[in-house]
Ligand binder design. Structure first.
Ligand SMILES: [Zn+2]
Length: 279
């Protein structure tokens, strides 16, 4: 049942803070893929798990991909995985479109950044036949110049509310404390929700969660991660939507775009451990 509409003018200031936020739906995002691995390809395993798992079948996610970073032999496999993501209704979005591996956009020249974005967008449009709407910069590193470049290509930058801390580039191949980490991330999200800082979209509060589909450990534990998000959200006192994960790519992309345009809270959407790095 839809929550009753509450208009800001109807609420006295003292009550505003206690308004109950709309229930949460998790917007899962994956960075750095597709994996170029052969057997037991982690991107493929993650796609299988999102489709079929005991927590919620048919989950759709946003994949922030590197369109040209795989080696020659892995490139066809990567293209096939991108095609599969599109055919299965996931959202393809850009991480980087150059052959440099995971570059820091802030450090690229104007020309190199421009090329990375135009090539990346062209690569994805060739697969999906649709405009690319979303970008997430490698290492969460952006500035006014890169934001202007993203905007020129019609790309909105989506950061994250929760990071699983599983970025393979930084050596997080396993995550023994992942449950307590997820619990503390969710507690922080809950506080932000109660302060009214996270906009509801179409009746739910979209909470962006970031994983890396190139990580074998993440792939092997994806089912566990899904249930962990549900369990730890409940433990944190967060009300979840009846379907706690997005299962429609178009709805997911609309929600992500609303979150991407929330400039006021952008600083809270960089993972904690990355906030003080001066690129
Ligand atoms: Zn990345």
């Amino acid at each position: 049942m839809a929550a009753p509409l509450i208009f800001a003018d109807d609420i006295a200031p003292a009550q505003a803070a206690s308004v109950r936020p709309a229930p949460v739906r998790f917007a899962l995002t994956f960075d750095d893929g597709p994996s170029g691995e052969g057997p037991d390809n982690p991107t493929g395993i993650i796609l299988d798990t999102l489709a079929e798992n005991p927590t919620q079948k048919g989950i759709k996610a946003i994949f922030f991909v590197l369109t040209r970073s795989s080696g020659e032999d892995a490139a066809p496999r990567g293209r096939e995985l991108l095609g599969r993501e599109d055919r299965q209704g996931h959202v393809l979005a850009l991480h980087d479109g150059s052959s440099r591996r995971h570059p820091i956009h802030r450090r690229l020249s104007d020309g190199a950044l421009e090329e990375s974005l135009s090539d990346g967008v062209a690569d994805l449009v060739a697969i999906t036949g649709r405009p690319v709407a979303l970008l997430r910069p490698p290492y969460w590193a952006y500035d006014a110049r890169t934001l202007a470049a993203y905007a020129r290509h019609g790309l909105s930058m989506l950061l994250t509310d929760i990071s699983a801390n599983d970025g393979k580039a930084w050596g997080f191949s396993a995550s023994p404390s992942r449950r307590s980490h997820m619990a503390s991330e969710l507690a922080r999200v809950h506080e932000r929700m109660m302060r009214g800082e996270i906009t509801a979209v179409e009746g739910v509060t979209p909470i962006v969660v970031t994983f890396h589909d190139t990580n074998d450990y993440t792939a092997a534990h994806m089912q566990e991660y899904l249930q962990m998000l549900v369990d730890e959200a409940r433990s944190a006192g967060i009300a979840l939507a009846a379907r706690p994960f997005y299962d429609d790519g178009a709805v997911l992309e609309r929600a992500a775009l609303v979150r991407a345009r929330d400039i006021a809270h952008r600083a809270d959407m960089v993972p904690w451990s990355w906030r003080w790095i001066q690129w």
